[in-house]
Design a binder for this molecule. Structure first.
Ligand SMILES: [Zn+2]
Length: 285
């Protein structure tokens, strides 16, 4: 089987693993336990890579949300406790679609101008029944020994979207909950108005982290990302954003817009600020 994975150390305790869709998952290593945060798109054996190549056995798996590129690799870890906010269970099941997984892997290779390896049916890992997940609750803590994880429920990108504060290491992992192009387009996601409230909740944790980790693209942002995206929410709600017609791979029943103008072919905002929101017109309030 082709190896679809690569990894790098962010700190002594945090390892980023990229999968076939270049989506990142993270291993956090404590003194007595290790956590795997997200499981990737489920193409190729993540478990073989994590245990065989990196040499880490995850004691707990936390899914930031139910999208295919974050949760479809969970089936391989069915003997490990797997946590997901229950609001994303239906979405997780809906995204268990091999055709969609393979399409995303091909599309991301195209995006990065890379040759896509030949994909075979056996590369698609078995799915996890979302009912087998344990409920991930807001402010739930996981003590790994010398490093603690805290779940922060921030509905927006999905209703169950949960960011993970990696206390001790001073990182906030936003998942797809905040980034250079937060997608608020699917019918099942929250409105911009609700998303703004979720981001406001992060305020009380702002002294607990110095850096932001994400799961796509460069995977890193400064902590200014959060207030900057809150500002974008305000602009959308006030109707003062750039409102540029666009499209995404996610399904939407309404017209889709990009809030802030970017340089062509990049996600860099022309005004030099960080963060952006792609939203459907029926997802404002
Ligand atoms: Zn997502």
């Amino acid at each position: 089987m082709h190896n679809f994975f690569s990894h790098e150390y962010i700190t002594d305790r945090i390892i980023r693993v990229r999968d076939a869709s270049f989506t990142a998952v993270y291993l956090v290593l404590g003194d007595h336990s290790a956590a795997l945060i997200d499981t990737g798109i489920g193409i190729g054996s993540l478990r073989t890579y994590v245990e065989g190549t990196i040499g880490v056995n995850a004691d707990v798996v936390i899914l930031t949300h139910g999208h295919l590129d974050h949760a479809n690799g969970a089936g391989e870890f069915s003997d490990v406790p797997i946590y997901l906010n229950p609001l994303d269970k239906a979405l997780m099941r809906q995204h268990q679609d091999a055709k969609r997984q393979l399409t995303m892997v091909r599309q991301t290779h195209d995006y990065y101008h890379l040759d896509c390896p030949e994909l075979k049916a056996e590369d698609v890992m078995d799915y996890l029944d979302p009912e087998a997940t344990l409920p991930l609750e807001d402010e739930q803590e996981f003590d790994l020994g010398g490093v603690q994880l805290k779940a922060i429920h921030t509905p927006g990108h999905t209703m169950g979207m949960t960011m993970i504060l990696i206390e001790g290491e001073r990182f906030l992992l936003t998942g797809d909950g905040c980034g250079v192009g937060v997608l608020l387009v699917e019918d099942c996601c929250s409105t911009v108005s609700e998303y703004r409230q979720g981001l406001a909740k992060l305020e009380k944790y702002s002294s607990c982290y110095d850096h932001i980790l994400r799961n796509h693209g460069t995977c890193v942002s400064s902590k200014e990302l959060i207030p900057s995206v809150r500002e974008v929410c305000e602009e959308i709600l006030n109707g003062t954003d750039d409102r540029i017609p666009t499209s995404t791979v996610l399904e939407s029943s309404s017209d889709v817009f990009q809030a802030k103008k970017t340089f062509p072919g990049t996600q860099n905002r022309v005004d030099g600020k960080q963060g952006n929101i792609i939203y459907a017109l029926n997802k404002i309030r």
